[in-house]
Design a protein around this ligand. Structure first.
Ligand code: SF4
Length: 444
């Protein structure tokens, strides 16, 4: 790896924390700088992140076969029911289709699925080339919906049409299109938004909510099904875990269905505790609040000796964080603090202004805060700040290993849940295994 430096146009997206908060913030929530080789995925991938976990949906990728390589296999999310979503379907557009149009291929693909599988729900993703040649995907979906009496929903997601956040938005619009026509009777309960059940987290959160007496109506979209999703308008509150992907949906549901929302996080003891109590309070359910207080107190107590043991091994280590959304980054900084570790570099792909304000207020002086970073910047600051571990996703893993730095996957490749009190145990053990692995002393 060469000497990494920062492009002039990228400098405003990076902040070196000063004493107190500067209040100047950093540039964020914008399209990536051309040529900066951002770590972000494209619009289509953003849309797929949100919709793929719907377990009985069919996902047709209208585009060249390359786009369809983004499937369940690289975005594993768990199911308690159907596993249709593990298949990927593509119209496999070729040169001829680009010249003469791909609508006939799309019609043929939908008809094949409709006849063979009798699905309830199909999503059709319009990728880059479809945005260029201008197939009328919306009209095809409408026609096929009427012909087969099923929901065929277009997801307008040409990769070049913005950034990953635009893909989230397109997926949220598709979910609204799916659920808005259903009017189930209102009943007490929450929808969980922005958890994709990557390693069974939805089941942990549902169990906690069940313990404190809060019913869950729909999960959007981890372990979701068509029948479960269309019940979502019945809920009295939306709780939003991944704010980056799902706040837009929560806002639309608030405006159009009158369902208020709160942001929550189930990463770490502090955030899990505050979220459970906060949900009960917002629902104005005194009994649930009491149960939440009791439950979180007991669980925190149980973890004390475990944390004390690992704090001894991890105290003084330095962490770098590069994750998708701001809320996860904030929770991670807090988790590292409870372990006696310092966050020296922190960045996100899709953080918003308010997320960065919180991040700036909770990190120490000289911490580097980055929005929409590229590998060169991550390399530069991980080296400069002498981070012992990088927490990130699949695209950051090779970077950490090339730099001889420990790594923790906090994204879709992991196989153990990191949510709730159960997740604290997995997270701390993984951080310890990675940071204190004997391999690093041979590399340095
Ligand atoms: S950038 Fe375009 S071509 Fe590439 S995966 Fe995304 S939608 Fe497909």
């Amino acid at each position: 790896m060469g000497n990494a430096s920062v492009l002039e146009e990228r400098k405003d997206f990076i902040l070196h924390k000063q004493e107190g908060c500067t209040g100047n913030g950093i540039k964020c929530d914008m399209d990536s700088i051309s040529g900066a080789v951002s770590q972000r995925a494209c619009v289509y991938c953003g849309a797929r992140v949100v919709l793929n976990p719907i377990t009985d949906a069919f996902h047709i990728v209208h585009g060249p076969i390359g786009c369809a390589s983004y499937t369940w296999d690289i975005r594993g999310s768990l199911t308690s029911g159907d596993d249709l979503y593990r298949n990927s379907f593509s119209t496999d557009l070729r040169e001829r289709d680009v010249i003469f149009g791909g609508e006939q291929k799309l019609i043929a693909a939908i008809e094949e699925i409709a006849k063979k599988f009798h699905p309830k729900l199909i999503f059709v993703y319009a990728t880059c080339i479809v945005g260029v040649i201008g197939d009328d995907v919306e009209a095809v979906c409408k026609r096929m919906s009427l012909k087969y009496g099923i929901r065929v929903i277009p997801v307008k997601s040409p990769g070049f049409a913005g950034n990953k956040s635009v893909g989230y938005k397109m997926a949220c619009n598709a979910i609204m299109e799916l659920i808005a026509i259903h009017k189930p009777a209102k009943r007490k309960g929450v929808n969980i938004l922005g958890d994709f059940n990557l390693a069974g987290e939805i089941w942990i959160i549902k169990d906690y909510l069940h313990k404190i007496g809060i019913p869950v109506i729909s999960t959007i979209t981890g372990d979701a099904s068509y029948n479960n999703l269309i019940e979502a308008p019945a809920a009295t509150l939306n709780i939003v875990q991944c704010a980056g992907s799902s706040t837009y949906l929560a806002k639309r549901m608030e405006e159009e269905m009158g369902i208020p929302y709160i942001k929550v996080s189930f990463f770490g003891i502090e955030d899990t505790t505050n979220s459970l109590i906060g949900i009960a309070k917002t629902m104005k359910d005194e009994a649930a609040k009491e149960r939440a207080l009791q439950f979180t107190k007991e669980e925190t107590k149980k973890l004390e000796p475990f944390l004390a043991h690992y704090k001894g091994k991890l105290k003084g280590k330095k962490a770098a964080i590069y994750v998708g959304g701001g809320f996860k980054a904030i929770s991670l900084i807090r988790q590292f603090k409870t372990l006696g570790m310092e966050t020296v570099v922190v960045g996100t792909q899709t953080g918003k202004k308010e997320d960065y304000e919180i991040i700036e207020s909770i990190v120490n002086k000289d911490t580097v805060i980055l929005d929409d970073a590229n590998p060169a910047e991550l390399e530069k600051y991980i080296k400069e700040k002498r981070a012992d571990i990088l927490v990130g996703g699949v695209k950051e893993r090779p970077l950490a290993y090339k730099l001889g730095v420990a790594f923790c996957d906090h994204n879709h490749e992991r196989k153990h849940p990191l949510s709730g009190f159960d997740g604290v145990i997995n997270f701390v053990k993984e951080i310890n295994r990675s940071v204190n692995s004997p391999v690093w002393k041979y590399i340095h």
